[in-house]
Design a protein around this ligand. Structure first.
Ligand code: TLP
Length: 346
């Protein structure tokens, strides 16, 4: 039985063109700055995001951690959302490794932080308080239904940061999904953030890797922090080769994933016992709830697994399905059919 794996876009496998490029990649020792394929990927990424420089890192988590270590010193405070991936799902790395103090604010359903909340969270200069240093945004916002932030919202946060001498980092793990969903150039977002990390290994289908982009001196300092957390890789051009193919060929097709997610949401919303707001699905992430009197989310996940459909349960009632390269319209139909069968088979 073919497995339909909707647990995440991180499950994507490299395309044939990526495998070819990886096999043929020109390599060197990247810690000596000698890997031509890494150097090329970093240049392409910086240019695409309109930043001075970029550094290749092992993962989205490492990209965020290195960014935070570079922006903040020990005891500095970061304003971020209570549903931000970097707050909830990165093993507390900023505090454990950087002594950085998180100041979580309520994420609104669209992934934003209220400007007034940010304003009131900025600390006055007083020896009792940590120093507010940084604001972190997430675009698209994973836990807020994959909602993309609007360029105008990012501009407003950036202006507020500047007025208060703060920096902004964007966790842009899925920034290209945000750009494709809103039909804007990714630069519309990147002009309103000092630094941004994005993932190659999610919707762009690469096996490994993320890039952290920003000003030249910031990226130079980030390289030292990357080394400190063990992220100085050697012939990493084998990975970068896939990344170059991804940036050249895999961005526009994200629209297909978004269409599939919308279609999946429409199918699921029609199933009695499932609650889902189709209008909230704007990119490739679909959250839905199983009504508690029908079945718990973990039970639904387990039963779907037996039908060859893999999804994640995120709490007692909620589940998440993510569309990606390799998932076709027929897979979406089969997945929705499986949910109907499992729920109807009680
Ligand atoms: N998210 C993963 C899991 O951690 C849940 C996923 O399946 O969605 N920022 C954002 C917004 C993310 O969604 C993720 C991964 C990361 C950072 C971390 O990336 P990795 O897994 O490469 O460290």
């Amino acid at each position: 039985m073919k497995k339909i794996d909707l647990r995440s876009d991180t499950v994507t496998l490299p395309t044939p063109a990526m495998r070819q490029a990886m096999a043929n990649a020109e390599l060197g020792d990247d810690v000596f700055g000698d890997d031509p394929t890494i150097n090329r990927l970093e240049e392409i990424a910086a240019q695409k995001l309109n930043k001075e420089a970029a550094v290749f890192v092992a993962s989205g988590t490492m990209g965020n951690l290195v960014a935070l270590l570079t922006h903040c010193g020990r005891g500095d405070e970061v304003i971020l959302g209570d549903k931000a991936h970097s707050f909830r799902a990165e093993a507390g790395g900023m505090a454990a490794l950087g002594g950085i103090h998180p100041m979580p604010l309520a994420n609104q359903p669209d992934g934003t932080l209220k400007l007034d909340d940010i304003r009131s969270a900025i600390r006055p200069d007083d020896e009792h308080y940590p120093k507010t240093r940084l604001i972190v945004l997430e675009n698209t916002h994973n836990a807020c239904y994959g909602t993309p932030l609007l360029p105008a919202y990012m501009q407003a946060v950036f202006a507020l940061a500047r007025e208060n001498n703060l920096r902004v980092h964007t966790d842009g793990a899925r920034i290209f999904n945000a750009a494709v969903a809103q039909n804007v150039d990714v630069r519309e977002f990147t002009q309103s953030t000092d630094s941004i990390s994005f993932c190659l290994s999610k919707g762009l289908s690469c096996p490994v890797g993320s890039l952290l982009c920003g000003p030249r001196d910031f990226i130079a300092a980030a390289r030292r922090n990357r080394k400190a957390v063990g992220g100085g890789m050697r012939q990493a051009g084998v990975l970068a080769a896939a990344g170059i193919v991804a940036l050249e060929t895999m961005i526009d097709r994200l629209a297909e994933d978004h269409a599939h997610a919308k279609y999946l949401a429409e199918q699921l919303a029609d199933i009695p016992g499932i609650d889902l707001d189709v209008d909230r699905v704007k990119t490739n992430i679909v959250f839905f709830d199983a009504q508690p009197n029908v079945m718990s989310a973990p039970e639904l996940r387990k039963r779907l697994e037996r039908e060859g459909v893999l999804i994640l349960d995120t709490n007692a009632t909620r589940l998440r399905a993510v569309t990606h390269y390799g998932i076709e319209r027929a897979d979406v139909e089969d997945a929705a059919r499986a949910v109907k069968k499992v729920i109807g088979n009680l």
